[in-house]
Design a protein. Structure first.
Length: 346
């Protein structure tokens, strides 16, 4: 893509904080994109609530979710991470609904009002199980195909869905790129600085860590927010709105199992073994994808060059400047909304 086209595109996006768009294949249909009206300004933190929360039985869960926008609009499913909740999309969801999308924002298992239907179901945080939850939710809501957007656990969930159920995924916005992993990969040692970033994973591997998280999850997760987004000046009210979701009775079990499973310290569910064999091959994702990264992401994340070749279809990477951290949708909602709209048009 020429420098002049890049400059035109950046002017079109008009995103506070700035975006540097770097595309490996170029942006398909960029001329048409430039002719679209500019997205109305979206101020981060303008919406302090998101709701109302609905409930629906989907797979092994009674899932809590927010739905906005016209029922006939193209579906967009927005997936939050740990330790966050649906409030990450409090500014994003209304903007997409206003643009004509049917927006679904679910509480993942172990968060908010989502509950297991049976006390006998394993409280698994295995990433493929979380992804299967979203497919079950789509079935329950009669959504055949959707654009996916996510960060942290949400991006990993979207990535897995794109590999295992590509026919259900129209396109994807994935913060921090390609996040599919495996237990084998999780056992490989990393350089010391990288291992240090995963300190909480090793803490959770101990019973002391489990007890500490159960007892101190409010302050623990606030610390994670501060470390992951060191330049985000969120206030106590903003944090507390999301922290309420961590009081879910299954939250600790789900979080601890997720991180222990990654290190091979906990077993997954046998019914997903075939899926795990596929994911262990680090397969390429074929659906149209925009990956995003904030320039102040303090959480562990791969460099864009490390995953660019993991996307075989339309692909673009966007770097957000201006101190944007890990919780990108909440910190830079306009950039995230624009990415969803752009990738959905490919």
């Amino acid at each position: 893509m020429s420098q002049s086209i890049n400059q035109q595109r950046r002017r079109f996006l008009g995103i506070a904080g700035g975006i540097l768009a770097a595309s490996r294949f170029g942006f398909v249909g960029s001329a048409q994109a430039q002719s679209k009206p500019a997205l109305p300004a979206i101020k981060a933190g303008a919406h302090t609530t998101i709701g109302p929360v609905k409930q629906i039985n989907a797979g092994v869960l009674n899932t809590g979710y927010v739905e906005m926008g016209p029922a006939s609009g193209p579906a967009v499913i927005l997936l939050h991470g740990w330790p966050y909740d649906i409030h990450s999309y409090a500014d994003v969801a209304p903007a997409l609904a206003e643009a004509g999308y049917r927006v679904i924002v679910p509480h993942l298992r172990g968060y908010g009002t989502t509950r297991f239907l049976s006390s006998d179901t394993m409280r698994s945080g295995q990433p493929v199980a979380v992804s299967a939850d979203i497919i079950a939710l789509m079935d329950a809501l009669k959504i055949e195909k959707a654009v996916l957007g996510g960060y942290d656990w949400g991006a990993r969930t979207a990535n897995i869905m794109a590999v295992l159920w590509p026919e259900r995924c129209k396109a994807m916005v994935s913060v921090s790129g390609y996040l599919i992993g495996s237990q084998a990969a999780g056992k490989m040692p990393l350089p010391p600085k990288a291992e240090l970033q995963w300190w909480y994973q090793f803490y959770f591997a101990t019973e002391r860590g489990r007890e500490g998280y159960a007892k101190n999850r409010h302050d623990f997760n606030k610390l994670i927010w501060q470390l992951a987004s060191p330049q985000w000046k969120f206030d106590d009210a903003t944090y507390d709105r999301s922290a309420a979701a961590f009081e879910n009775p299954d939250h600790v079990d789900i979080v601890i199992h997720n991180y222990r499973w990654r290190l091979g310290l906990a077993e997954g569910e046998a019914k997903y073994d075939a899926f795990e064999k596929t994911l262990a091959q680090a397969p390429v994702i074929a659906i149209p994808t925009i990956t995003m990264e904030g320039d102040a992401n303090g959480a562990p994340h791969p460099e864009p060059a490390a995953y660019a070749k993991k996307f075989s279809g339309h692909y673009e990477h966007r770097l957000l400047t201006g101190g944007i951290g890990h919780n990108l949708p909440q910190e830079a909602p306009q950039a995230f909304v624009q990415a969803i709209i752009d990738v959905s048009k490919v």
